[in-house]
Design a protein around this ligand. Sequence first.
Ligand code: HSE
Length: 436
Amino acid sequence: MIRSLGVGLAGFGTVGAGVFESLQKQQKLIEERSGFSFQVRGIAIRDPQKQRKQFLPPSLLRRSWRDLLRDPHTQIVVELMGGTTDAFELIKGALQSRRIVVTGNKALLAERGEEIFALAQEFRTPVFYEAAVAGGIPIIQSLRDSFVSNHIESIHGILNGTTNYILSCMQEEGMEYNQALDQAKALGYVEADPTLDLSGWDAAHKALILAALAYGFWVSPQDIRVEGIEKVSAADILFAKNFGYTIKLLARIRASSDGIIEIGVSPTLIPMKSILASVSGVFNAIAIKGDLVGESLFYGRGAGARPTASSVIGDLVTAAQNFHLHLSSERTSCPIGFSSHTLYGKSRLAEEIISSYYLRFTVEDQPGVLSMITTIFGQYGISISSLVQPESRVDRKTSLVFMIHRAPYGLIQSALEQVRTLSCVKSEPILFNVEM
Ligand code: HSE
């Protein structure tokens, strides 16, 4: 017997339209595999005049997301409208009216996940969000359910396809940053507003969600170090290559031996021979290390209508499976999509996180420059593991490129403050993390 559930869809952009289309195209398959059928009962959009690639049946069009909550036959609300204000109100209204929520909104979960799951707990109504991290890769369910018996030691992720495409073009075709960005734009890989992608914040939102799932509490976005790829140049890619590394925008999440959680997102040198180094183009990948499972790798498309729809529809089926439990008197046992726990609870300040580094200065090529810089390093107890200075041929300027042994980020920053005061240093130092 096929059971039918009503769905209210908020947002009809790439992902919303992809979900609507996929629900129709794969209807028979979904019904036969899951035993559920999903009826889209209304689609709320912000701008009815907007030209859309996908046909939106006029009978389903709703002018406001509030209309979705007025329909008594809508049991699941799918929030794909983005933003953090109306989307929050919609999710809150859905939970208060005991409608299950499916969302792909990473920024909202990263910023207000704690509030959302407090509401989910209060109304014993779940929120599912597979589409919020790494598009089509089933990482949320894996981390939350499949790896539930693991202490998660670390998560390393390439969580943004746009920036991975740009860095891959720089790495593989020797392009400069702007040239690679233009190519990504021409191919439609860049969002209308690319700020979140390029600044690292899209990946950071996803990292905060993964960290919350792994460690059972929400770290505030303000407390983590996030850097984008804007400062990566073709020169850095080449120097890194000569040291045996490639540069990726890497999300690093780990629990240190004292149980404190470390999270950071920044351009990072990773060894050429590591698996993540081979993740090229718009693809995402996530490497998880758990104490039982050991190392596990997830790879796939992190964006796009169909991969993301695949995750949203997976959540719809999970929602449907939970639906009767959620309405029954047994509902205290209904999972709400996130479990807080008491094993962890603290995150380390960015300045205290220890890493190895790549550091490049543009300097005047004259006597004493190297010793002035290395003297400052020595005063701060910073140890150099490798050093390169290419022969200067023009304008008596050159690069000094250091690989630095493990040190707290704050210590490196203090040393750099002093290096910046040297008149022989001619540009802002370039600093990236290095993962071994
Ligand atoms: N713009 C993102 C990316 C997908 O390039 O991976 C949505 O988070």
